[in-house]
Write a protein that binds this ligand. Structure first.
Ligand code: CMC
Length: 441
């Protein structure tokens, strides 16, 4: 069905010659960016698979949500440039855009904000659920666990074939992710949970739930709330990255939305993905001073050393990540607002960026700062510890995950995701032959 929707006028074909036989496959144009070769019939026709570790040359789905031009450093949600959205929209408007395909009008937005706000509270029993975690648990461990547990609390929105339930589940996931994130933070501090305040915006409310306590009411600063909101917008979606692909793959089996988003949170946690914001700040703290930069650049270039410059490099961007550019400018505003005149970590980050961007290795490999390079400095200035950085990324990304999950469920050619493999293990052997004699297991 999707083949009909894709560019019919395109007569390009790809030919694959295997041994003496030629196989032809259709090429579909995208509206922007690379075309794709449809090799879905390859195995049926030629009894062979393609091999693409890390999916560097594979489009796993058709999508209308987010467009990235990695060479030009362009990011657009539903056709809108990220810079314009960061300036003119707020997070919930961007959520609505990602999910429904176009910017809402005033009335639609007001209604949507009300619907999201109605879902910020969590079932009281979830508080008991939290008590089961160790106090020193990483807040992402709590995010993964509690997100998955929502499927046991909100059983009236588990039917993925019911559009109303899908939309309600989406709103619950987005609204409750901020409450869960704030509760994880409070739990790790040993403080009482702070209930959401529905007269506040999404970002204001998140800051309020994190920084208010029973002894002192937190007055949300508009500058910090705007910075928080921009961070959420910039992290809201990024096409078929590892966590989004995880959500799609989990969802392709028909799993419920809360379980799928929990799978996405797990994938995001890794330091090569969302966990890089925590890792980047920790790396800057480890480097400590500009005089040590050269040593760490040398480590990053040494293939025998596992060290990488965190917050640098990207699978798609071979130019400056547009999100990093926006964050760098917010960084200065936030530091000024909180009264930090000369932040040594910001200075170190800027020095490191300059040296790396002029280094042959980084130039040749086209490694630029990504979204995680400056976000940690802003979040730290707002008052968050590094363990919370990836949680904030996850809260923002619930927008993209739910939009992509919805698009997948509504795609008529959606199938269970089931990649194949290049098997290089043993051929059949008789039971017991070759039993291990070593004691190393
Ligand atoms: N420091 C040093 N070398 C690097 C770095 C880095 N940060 N990133 C890539 N390289 C090298 C890499 O070793 C490889 O070298 P070679 O060609 O000699 O084997 C070359 O550059 C190409 O990199 P790659 O590993 O093939 O690229 P990839 O697309 O597989 O990985 C990445 C992309 C983001 C995982 C990687 O750049 C990285 O690990 N960066 C640091 C972690 C990070 O900042 N992650 C956040 C990504 S943006 C937000 C998000 O997605 O969540």
């Amino acid at each position: 069905m999707v083949r009909k929707k894709l560019n019919k006028k395109n007569n390009r074909k790809a030919k694959i010659i295997i041994d003496e036989t030629t196989y032809e496959f259709p090429i579909y144009n995208s509206t922007e960016g690379e075309a794709v070769i449809d090799i879905s019939k390859l195995h049926a026709e030629a009894n062979i698979f393609t091999y693409d570790p890390g999916f560097t040359s594979t489009a796993s789905c058709e999508s209308k949500i987010t467009y990235i031009d990695g060479d030009k450093g362009i990011l657009r949600y539903r056709g809108y440039d990220i810079e314009e959205l960061a300036k003119k929209s707020d997070f919930i408007e961007v959520v609505n855009l990602l999910i429904y395909g176009d910017l809402p009008n005033k009335e639609q937005l007001t209604k949507y904000k009300r619907l999201i706000t109605r879902h910020t509270l969590l079932h009281e029993q979830i508080i008991n659920f939290f008590q089961g975690f160790r106090r020193d648990a990483h807040p992402m461990a709590m995010m993964v666990g509690v997100m998955g547990a929502l499927s046991s609390f909100y059983q009236d929105t588990l039917n993925i074939n019911d559009s109303h339930q899908r939309q309600e589940a989406t709103r619950r996931i987005i609204a409750k992710s901020a409450t869960i994130g704030a509760m994880a933070y409070k739990y790790s501090l040993g403080q009482a949970f702070v209930s959401p305040r529905n007269n506040l915006s999404f970002s204001e409310n998140f800051l309020y739930m994190c920084f208010s306590n029973t002894a002192e009411n937190y007055k949300v600063s508009p500058v910090l709330a705007k910075a928080m909101d921009t961070i959420l917008i910039l992290h809201a979606d990024h096409e078929q990255n590892a966590s989004t692909s995880t959500v799609r793959l989990a969802g392709s089996s028909g799993a419920n939305p809360f379980a799928c988003i929990a799978a996405g949170v797990s994938s995001l946690w890794g330091p090569a993905h969302g966990g890089a914001n925590q890792a980047a700040l920790e790396m800057l703290e480890e480097i400590g001073s500009s005089k040590n930069i050269k040593k760490y650049i040398a480590k990053a270039k040494n293939k025998k050393d596992p060290f990488k410059l965190m917050g640098f490099g990207h699978r798609v961007y071979k130019n400056y990540d547009p999100r990093a550019k926006i964050l760098k400018s917010i960084c200065l505003k936030v530091l000024k607002h909180v009264g930090v005149k000369n932040d040594p970590i910001l200075k170190l980050a800027m020095d490191l960026e300059k040296i790396a961007l002029n280094d042959k290795y980084f130039k040749e490999k086209r490694l630029y700062p990504n979204v995680d390079f400056y976000s940690g400095i802003i979040l730290r200035a707002i008052g968050f510890p590094p363990e919370m950085f990836t949680v904030i990324f996850a809260i923002a990304r619930t927008a993209g995950w739910t939009a992509q999950w919805t698009e997948m469920i509504e795609d008529p050619i959606q199938k269970i995701g089931r990649p194949r493999q290049l098997y290089t293990g043993k051929r059949v052997i008789k039971y017991g032959v070759g039993r291990s004699s070593k004691n190393t297991r």
